[in-house]
Design a protein around this ligand. Structure first.
Ligand code: PDD
Length: 280
């Protein structure tokens, strides 16, 4: 295990010295939320938007934000290496309670943990990946970036065991998102992505793609996508902070179009990379 410096409850310390109690509610219940924030050339990407989502997650789980945005920036910046593409993993749990009780403990400080890792794009990102569609077995608060990820883990593992990079989740016949990504599809020449709701995470990469599409006259709609419609798509992509925009070239063992990344992805990926560069 790489012994990098991490942040835990006010201290910077080597990863192997960062310890929490077994009574931490994050450990016992998965009672916490997290963020994943990319950093390019030492600049946190879309920091304000990530903070807004963090605040929203905290509000929904009824946990007070322990820091202001300015304080968060001060805490996270020393973890970054400006020569690398990286991401911050930031987690806040409801803290260490005296006993295991589902109900909230009173007057307990939250546990705050953050670490930085290098972004390693998928080896085959530019040639595309395979995906499967599976029933979305998750809960009703998918807009919260909760550490409680058991359903997502089981769904992603199902994909991995079938030689696929992602599970595309389907609820009542409609696509929601990937196990750890948002989904885009080009259908009848229009770029589509499911609308925001409690059934999906409001992805920051998703927002950037929508903005780039608008600014570059790429026809784009936030609209529900049935699995049947997805199967007719000329392009399918998955998008996240750590993987960026990845073309899906095979869905449920069937090729998407000719089984190669499509022209809209080529354009979007070029624009996305240029946008990233323009910020550094
Ligand atoms: N996950 N939907 C889900 C369920 C996700 O877990 C993620 C990202 C996204 C994309 O969101 P963003 O573009 O803000 O990264 C959508 C992160 C990377 C993770 O859990 O590691």
């Amino acid at each position: 295990m790489e012994n990098k410096t991490v942040y835990l409850n006010g201290d910077y310390l080597p990863l192997n010295e960062a310890k929490i109690s077994v009574m931490d509610r994050g450990f016992l219940f998965g009672d916490g939320i997290y963020e994943v924030i990319p950093s390019y050339s030492g600049h946190l990407f879309r920091f304000q938007e990530h903070m807004e989502r963090l605040e929203n997650s905290l509000t929904i789980i009824r946990l007070t934000n322990p820091h202001t945005r300015e304080q968060w920036l001060k805490i996270l910046t020393p973890l970054l290496d400006s020569s690398l593409d990286q991401y911050i993993y930031l987690q806040i749990t409801r803290g260490v309670a005296p006993k295991r009780d589902h109900a909230f403990p009173e007057n307990i400080p939250p546990t705050v943990f953050a670490m930085c890792s290098n972004i390693a794009p998928l080896d085959n990102r530019d040639s595309g990946v395979k995906a499967i569609s599976v029933d979305d077995s998750r809960w009703e608060l998918c807009n919260v970036k909760a550490t409680t990820l058991l359903a997502n883990i089981l769904l992603r593992q199902q994909a991995v065991e079938q030689g696929c990079a992602e599970a595309i989740l389907v609820k009542d016949g409609y696509v929601t998102e990937g196990a750890a990504s948002n989904v885009f599809a080009v259908i009848d020449g229009i770029l589509m992505t499911p609308p925001q709701s409690h059934e999906i995470l409001p992805g920051i990469t998703r927002d950037v793609i929508l903005e780039i599409a608008q600014q570059n006259n790429i026809l784009c709609r936030e609209e529900i996508i049935s699995l049947d419609a997805l199967k007719t798509a000329s392009e399918i992509w998955i998008a996240s902070s750590t993987r960026e925009i990845v073309p899906v070239v095979e869905l449920d063992s069937e090729k998407v179009s000719d089984g190669k990344p499509g022209p809209v992805w080529q354009t979007m990926n070029r624009l996305f990379q240029a946008y990233k560069k323009s910020l550094s």
